[in-house]
Ligand binder design. Structure first.
Ligand code: FCB
Length: 420
């Protein structure tokens, strides 16, 4: 019997780092060789040192802070650096990390795709090409067969809607396509790849628990009495979250901006659990001058923003609502990310307590919530924001690498003790 899981989340590229010779051989490592691609002109090389040995001590620290689980990613690029050939050293490194977690008594939730691609997959067009679904499925089944004994829950993709938007709709992340049409085509391919991977995983290791992690903000009309605000809030929710949830429910993906619906029957029943990444709420106001945002401008006041990235305003009720909505699909739900960047840690403490409470409220109202993973365990490499937005329960000194648990880390320890 698996208890309610309390932990934090990381992803491989954001914490692993490595010397130039041992950095992840991925599209992200190539993209960030151009310093213009990150806010502080950094790249992930000097992240948290997990690849070269620090994962173990950080997991030990998480355990000492009361966590009973950890969410992490493994790198397709490291594990299959050339087509069809696995890297034994990379498998051994992940095995060591997962074994350490197991010995500590941490359950693991492991993601197979968290935004990065092997160079060879990126060079062949990544998820713009249909073949990638089979390539990913083959990798996924192999990884689960090799490492599955050490893992409690597997996830195929992290946040397909965010990945499609940032990498293909926008120009912020590789390959920087900048085309909303391509964005939705890629989203369809990601969901097909998810279905293909789940099928391959279940064939290889029948009793695996496998799910998918979705990012779902709360989209609320700024002026609920106005029909147009309601319509654009609904449209944004549908384009980002609703169409994916519908596709998982019905096997049919009805895409915004494309007059077609795609049949992907394998999507139905393609998950044993759902992951919900929740950061905040957007208040949406009708404005015909922002067609790229489906004519809905975001006007919330106390929003958490850095440069072009806007995580929305803290709104714990939104988490309760979304947990209930995800739960309605009939499978267990985990909050797989929730957090706030805050170097002062003042906002984070309130945010954390409010959102843990929101999870409890959702469970009292009948949501099948099975765990909460705070984003993140450590300050890490935040994609195009570089190291400018510290999300960690534990502060990482960028010069010495020293770890300093913030007050939030101890608050979380108390909340976990009370929850258990
Ligand atoms: C999520 C990503 C995660 C991190 C947080 C802040 O969208 O999954 O890697 O960037 O946001």
């Amino acid at each position: 019997m698996i208890p309610f899981l309390w932990g934090a989340a990381t992803s491989h590229h954001q914490v692993e780092g490595g010397a130039p010779s041992s950095i992840e051989p991925s599209d992200w490592s190539d993209w960030t060789r151009d310093p213009e691609h990150t806010a502080d002109r950094t790249n992930a090389e000097h992240a948290c040192g997990w690849w070269l040995g620090r994962a173990e001590e950080d997991l030990t620290l998480a355990r000492s802070l009361g966590h009973n689980a950890h969410r992490m990613g493994i790198s397709w690029a490291r594990l299959e650096p050339v087509p069809g050939q696995c890297d034994a050293h990379a498998f051994a490194r992940y095995e060591a990390i997962l074994l350490h977690a197991r010995r500590l008594g941490l359950h693991t939730n492991v993601t197979l795709h968290h935004f990065t691609l092997p160079r060879w997959v990126a060079a062949r067009g990544g998820f713009e090409r249909d073949e990638s679904a089979d390539r990913f499925a083959r990798f996924a089944a192999h990884a689960v067969a090799r490492l599955g004994g050490l893992v409690t829950h597997w996830a195929t993709f992290n946040e397909p809607s965010v990945y499609a938007m940032m990498s293909f709709g926008g120009r912020e992340w590789p390959p920087g396509k900048g085309s909303p049409i391509v964005q939705f085509r890629v989203l369809a391919r990601l969901l097909r790849a998810h279905a293909a991977a789940v099928k391959a995983i279940r064939r290889a290791v029948p009793d695996t628990s496998v799910g998918i992690v979705l990012n779902a903000p709360a989209f609320d009309p700024d002026r609920p009495e106005r029909r147009r605000d309601r319509a654009v809030a609904f449209a944004q929710d549908h384009a980002f979250t609703g169409c994916v949830l519908d596709a998982l429910k019905t096997g049919r993906l009805r895409l915004p901006l494309a007059p077609v619906s795609v049949d992907a029957p394998g999507l139905r029943e393609s998950f044993d659990w759902l992951g919900l990444n929740y950061y905040g709420r957007y208040r949406v106001r009708f404005d015909p001058r922002v067609p790229a945002l489906l004519c809905g401008r975001h006007v919330q006041k106390n929003t958490i923003r850095h440069g072009d990235v806007d995580w929305g305003e803290p709104h714990p009720e939104g988490l309760t609502r979304l947990l209930l909505r995800f739960s309605a699909l009939g499978k267990p739900v985990f909050v797989t990310e929730n957090g706030v960047y805050d170097p002062t840690d003042e906002l984070r403490q309130r945010y954390l307590a409010d959102h843990v409470r929101a999870v409890n409220v959702a469970r009292e109202r009948g949501a099948d919530g099975r765990g909460y993973f705070h984003w993140s365990l450590l300050d890490n490499f935040e994609w195009a924001e570089g190291f400018t937005t510290p999300f960690g329960l534990v502060e990482v000194d960028r010069t010495t690498g020293e770890r300093r648990p913030r007050a939030s880390a101890f608050l979380y320890q108390r909340l976990i003790a009370a929850g258990q």
